[in-house]
Design a protein around this ligand. Structure first.
Ligand SMILES: Nc1ncnc2c1ncn2[C@@H]1O[C@H](COP(=O)(O)OP(=O)(O)OP(=O)(O)O)[C@@H](O)[C@H]1O
Ligand SMILES: [Mg+2]
Length: 314
């Protein structure tokens, strides 16, 4: 287990690989140990974000720059050092890449390449540099939540992206505010680090056995996941419903408690409809927040439609 001092931020995915934790706070280590240039081509400029698994930097692609590209900036993700020391590390990053590069939807972030810097023995993904705010940062700026029209403008594309991946047999596994960006180009769901294809043509992609990862984000993981059940579309729906509730009201539906504790404390009975949403939205959102997976009988597409959303894609 990571010590409190070195633990990633509370909304981070918790990943337990074997090995002792480092004493230095994680974000400080990322900054101190930023590699200069990777694969002779990508100059790392600054840290964009760090989660439980990865570190993401803004980088300049020197090759693009050489050809006078006016915008040679990209984002570059590698695993953080604690995870990188695991023998599965590169495979873990590759499986995130191989899954997300096969998903094509305007509200999903797409990666460019998977590469390895042989000299520094670091695997990394290059991807589109998103410019904007992740929803956790947006919530810090808007602590009372968003008015209906703004909320709707985020909820519908986000649910559309989730409905799309579910149609392709893919599960995200880590839907939470810091994995959704309101970028200059619109809403983007990203971070398929815990993603998994359970059916359809993507099922045969290389992936690690997620049970070995023992990874979750306590405040957004459905109770059945915390109880040890496998990932499901219903668990993604629970995560996105928490995000949407929080975005509407400025408050997490269950005070960011692990959902199992919320269930044991009977918090579901005290849930109130966010006041800035039309009443007609509440039954669907309430169903998506059900702590009992047997009563959470709504899919991402149904939730989108119930909120009055029209798919931008299909
Ligand atoms: N393409 C990008 N463009 C700009 N910023 C990004 C990009 N990808 C990631 N980030 C920033 O880096 C943060 C961490 O990225 P990411 O979620 O992929 O890492 P992680 O370690 O898998 O996180 P988690 O704790 O959710 O598992 C994001 O919350 C975001 O702020
Ligand atoms: Mg993340």
């Amino acid at each position: 287990m990571t010590s409190p001092e070195s633990a990633p931020p509370p909304q981070s995915t918790y990943v337990a690989f074997a090995g002792p934790p480092s004493a230095m706070p994680f974000s400080q280590r990322c900054l101190g140990e930023m590699p200069g240039i990777l694969a002779g081509r990508y100059r790392l400029e600054h840290l964009l974000g760090a989660g439980g698994m990865g570190v993401v930097y803004r980088a300049r692609d020197l090759l693009q720059e050489q050809y006078s590209d006016p915008d040679p900036y990209i984002a570059l993700k590698m695993l953080n050092e604690d995870v990188d020391e695991s023998p599965d590390a590169a495979a873990l990053l590759y499986s995130e890449f191989s899954l997300s590069r096969r998903l094509h939807h305007p509200n999903l972030l797409r990666p460019y390449t998977f590469e390895v810097d042989a000299a520094q023995r670091r695997a990394f993904i290059t991807m589109d540099l998103m410019r904007g705010l992740t929803l956790d940062k947006l919530l810090c700026e808007r602590p009372l939540g968003l008015p209906w029209h703004e909320w709707h403008g985020i909820a519908v594309p986000l649910l559309d992206a989730l409905a799309y991946i579910h149609r392709r047999g893919v599960l995200h596994g880590d839907v939470k505010p810091s994995n959704v960006m309101l970028s200059e180009d619109g809403v983007r769901l990203f971070d398929f680090g815990l993603g998994l294809a359970t059916e359809g043509p993507l099922k045969d992609l290389p992936h690690l056995n997620r049970n070995r990862l023992n990874a979750w984000t306590p405040g957004y993981a459905a109770p059945e996941l915390l109880d040890g059940s496998p990932l499901s579309a219903g668990a993604d729906v629970y995560g996105v419903a928490c995000v949407l509730y929080e975005l509407a009201s400025g408050r997490h539906p269950f005070r960011r408690l692990p959902s199992t504790q919320a269930r044991d404390d009977g918090l579901e009975d005290k849930l109130k409809a966010p006041t800035n949403l039309p009443r007609r939205c509440w039954p669907a959102l309430r169903t998506a927040l059900a702590l009992d997976p047997g009563r959470r009988n709504i899919g991402a597409a149904q939730l989108r439609d119930a909120l009055g959303g029209v798919s931008s894609w299909w």
